[in-house]
Design a protein around this ligand. Structure first.
Ligand code: HDD
Length: 757
């Protein structure tokens, strides 16, 4: 049925009865307004159910009803209704005493609509407020079966997952590409209950004890008086804290490195950070650290790129993730574990496994892959899924247990507690995105936002009135069975173990593992961040910390700040570098890399079409950039769609740029409309400045650039020297692309940086 005629008739009637003059179609009415675009009148059917968000099973294995509602009430049926399901015929006008009269309080729709809107926002996360999520699947290789009985890690098991990536410091609306740690939180909806791996893209943390978490976050967040700067660590309170609290120096070093500004969520590693304890079917235990390894490799933006991106596309990472999934380029990570014997000392090669400011270098304990994560579906509603998802390090399944890492202990409290404010009550586990896919049969009752209609009279144990239900699982399938670890005889203290006193050796290890280019980036980052600090005493104190890490690092940053470089107060740690920590020197697949193809109406469009297809065939993403939008060769049989214009494109979006066929100098190319034929110089100066900026930025950011048929003159005009590393010219698109693809395997043309020379 079409609601429109009824609505129109009702409106006419209402208007005719009011004193504002007769309505359209009524005698004496003014001429009708020109026809407006009509809303579709065919009602859209309900959205299809989501395969991995099926309802929790209504019946538990013990046969008791869990009381979950049979289906979600939200958004069903073709008509606009009130929250009570009453159909509405107008949502544009308040009920008034006459068209110019006062609004009547009796208008329920008005009151309900505004009341609900007034309460649409919930508190953002106190940390990790800015994020993006995706659904996916985890496939176990079975290689962890020997060390854990967790069912989802059995060979071939597929488990639905939801992953949320985030920055730490910024508010919900802050930019994606700030210098910060990134969250990497994964919810596994396993058949044995939910397991959450709540990690970061940095394998260590600022503090060794959770009691310091409010301190480090208060220091990192904007200053309390002016609430600036947003999503930045480049300010006095942050550096005040980390220079006084030197266990933060290792994590800070990672932040100042390229890891602090990832190219994409898809090119980030993830780490569980803490050491966890796995338990196998025989009850034998193994200590492990979890790692996520991205199939696309670990890539970062350069600082200048990140700055430009923050302006031209603050949603860069969120967009990149959603676009890739929508395009079918499903990002993948391998989950891996480093394993260590569960000895009473809980150390490995002298490294304290309970100290979350320490890594175990991969060269000492290789990362063994145990499964594959594929993100394959975007959320259909950001708020319902990405915003309301609630992770918790304490959501564990049989076979995975915690250790006595004091940072982890405090987290076990915080993640439950924070949801009470954020999601307004203790029933957040009933929100669809948080519902386990395993049957739930708890004895938790009532509370704000209770969705379940529990049956039975005895939510306690033991009981006889509900037949003793629900029953207990056997020890072999139950979670939270503590491993009987021996505790040393001890006394209550507020102290850290002596091994936690080493704050500098691993910061030095990280520094020494970097390539010359990466070290330059670290020096620049410290110099910038400390340069934004007003208090000289803080800068001097942080320089003293750097002096304990490396003399050259300290001297170069001091030089940049115009301050004397302090001497270390003792010998520097004697550590062996870990080459696995460097992003330079490794080869990665070029899949998913974005190739900008610059063309215009004068280009050889056959060549552009072939190049575009070749890029797609190689698993990369071609984007045609032209002076204006629309189509190139619009009059021809097979026009080329323009995806970016000189107004919307900026170099940061592309991993490589190719100039597709440049006509002779002076021709009407790339906006050089005024150039005189034959005058190359004038052609160059008349080239569109936005193109020249794009090319010069791509060159400065060490990206592969190529072209054919006269591209050299355009590159020259942009200040890109012919024959420079990674500047490719050839006779055809295929030849140029082949070389560019080879270069992309290393992500950037690192040789172009002076430090690499
Ligand atoms: Fe945390 C959120 C990761 C230490 C307290 N944390 C949060 C998120 C991630 C991490 C990825 C975002 C989850 C999401 O997307 O919803 N946090 C870490 C890691 C840590 C860590 C890797 C150290 C190894 N966190 C940490 C400590 C505490 C917290 C020591 C408190 C004592 N973290 C929280 C929190 C948050 C949170 C306040 C905010 C929102 C939430 O939990 O659900 O509870």
């Amino acid at each position: 049925p079409n609601p429109k005629p009824l609505k129109a008739a009702a409106q006419k009637l209402t208007e005719a009865l009011q004193d504002g003059g007769p309505a359209e179609g009524v005698p004496g009415a003014p001429a009708p307004e020109p026809a407006q675009v009509e809303e579709p009148t065919e009602a859209r059917g309900p959205l299809p159910p989501k395969p991995d968000q099926g309802e929790p099973a209504p019946y538990s294995p013990t046969g008791r009803h869990t009381g979950n509602p049979p289906q979600s009430r939200a958004q069903d049926g073709p008509y606009l209704t009130t929250a009570q399901g009453a159909r509405l015929y107008d949502t544009d006008h308040s009920l008034k005493a006459g068209p110019r009269g006062p609004v009547l309080l009796q208008d329920h729709h008005l009151r309900e609509k505004i009341m609900h809107f007034d309460h649409e926002r919930i508190p953002e996360r106190v940390v990790h407020a800015r994020g993006a999520g995706a659904h996916g699947v985890f496939q176990a290789y079975g290689t962890a079966e020997g060390v854990t009985k967790a069912a989802f890690l059995r060979k071939g098991t597929e488990t639905p997952v939801f992953v949320r990536f985030s920055t730490v410091l910024g508010s919900r609306g802050s930019a994606d590409t700030v210098r910060d740690t990134r969250g990497f939180a994964t919810k596994f909806y396993t058949e044995e209950g939910v397991f959450d791996l709540v990690g970061n893209n940095i394998p260590v943390f600022f503090i060794q004890d959770a009691i310091k978490f409010p301190d480090v976050i208060h220091a990192g967040k904007p200053h309390p008086d002016r609430e600036i700067p947003q999503a930045q660590s480049a300010h006095d309170t942050f550096w005040d804290f980390v220079s006084l609290h030197t266990e933060a120096q290792h994590h800070t070093m990672w932040n100042m490195s390229d890891r602090g500004i990832p190219r994409s969520y898809r090119t980030m590693e993830g780490f569980g950070v803490h050491t966890f304890r796995l338990v196998n079917a025989e009850g034998a235990t193994t200590l492990v650290k979890f790692h996520w390894k991205p199939k696309l490799g670990v890539h970062s933006q350069l600082w200048e790129e990140a700055q430009i991106t923050g302006g031209v596309d603050p949603d860069f990472h969120r967009r990149d993730l959603a676009d890739a999934i929508e395009a079918g380029a499903h990002p993948q990570w391998e989950l891996g574990i480093q394993t260590f014997p569960d000895t009473p000392e809980q150390t490995f090669e002298g490294i304290d496994l309970l100290d979350p400011t320490k890594i175990v270098p991969e060269e000492l304990a290789p990362v063994r892959p145990i499964g594959l994560l594929t993100l394959n579906r975007n959320p259909s509603n950001f708020f319902a899924e990405t915003e309301q998802v609630a992770f918790h390090v304490g959501h564990l399944v049989p076979g995975i247990d915690v250790t006595d890492d004091p940072l982890l202990a405090g987290r076990l409290f915080s993640y439950l507690d924070t949801q009470i404010t954020r999601l307004a009550g203790p029933n957040f586990h009933q929100i669809p995105i948080n519902r386990p896919h395993a049957p739930v049969n708890d004895m938790l009752r009532d509370g704000f936002h209770q969705q379940a209609v529990h049956s039975g009279v005895a939510p306690y144990k033991p009981n006889s009135l509900d037949g003793g239900c629900p029953f207990f699982a056997g020890a072999d399938t139950a979670a939270f069975i503590e491993t009987p670890v021996e505790l040393p005889a001890s006394r209550k203290v507020r102290e850290a173990p002596a091994s936690f006193d080493d704050h500098f050796s691993q910061a030095r290890l990280f520094w020494l593992s970097m390539s010359p280019v990466e070290r330059e980036h670290i020096i620049t980052a410290y110099t910038f961040e400390l340069g934004k600090v007003y208090d000289n005493a803080i800068k001097e104190r942080q320089l003293r910390a750097l002096a304990h890490i490396d003399a050259e690092l300290c001297a170069r940053v001091a030089e940049g700040l115009g301050l004397p470089a302090p001497e270390p107060t003792g010998p520097l740690a004697d550590v062996r570098p870990s080459p696995a920590l460097s992003q330079v020197g490794q080869e990665w697949p070029a899949d998913g890399r974005v190739i900008g193809i610059v063309a215009d109406d004068t280009s050889d469009l056959d060549a552009v079409r072939t190049l575009r297809q070749t890029v797609v065939d190689a698993g990369m993403v071609p984007l045609v950039i032209a002076p204006a939008g629309g189509k190139l060769g619009a009059g021809g049989a097979d026009p080329v769609t323009v995806q970016r214009t000189f107004a919307t494109a900026r170099s940061i979006e592309f991993d490589a740029l190719i100039l597709a066929g440049v006509p002779a100098p002076g021709a009407d190319a790339y906006g050089a409309r005024d150039a005189k034929a034959g005058d190359a110089g004038q052609a160059a100066t008349a080239l569109d400045p936005r193109l020249l900026l794009m090319l010069s930025e791509a060159y400065r950011h060490a990206k592969a650039i190529g072209g054919w048929a006269g591209a050299d003159s355009v590159l020259e005009a942009a200040g890109v020297p012919a024959g420079a590393p990674g500047v490719v010219s050839g006779d055809s698109g295929e030849g140029v692309l082949a070389e560019i693809t080879r270069l992309l395997g290393r992500h950037r043309v690192w040789d172009r940086f002076p430090a690499a020379a």
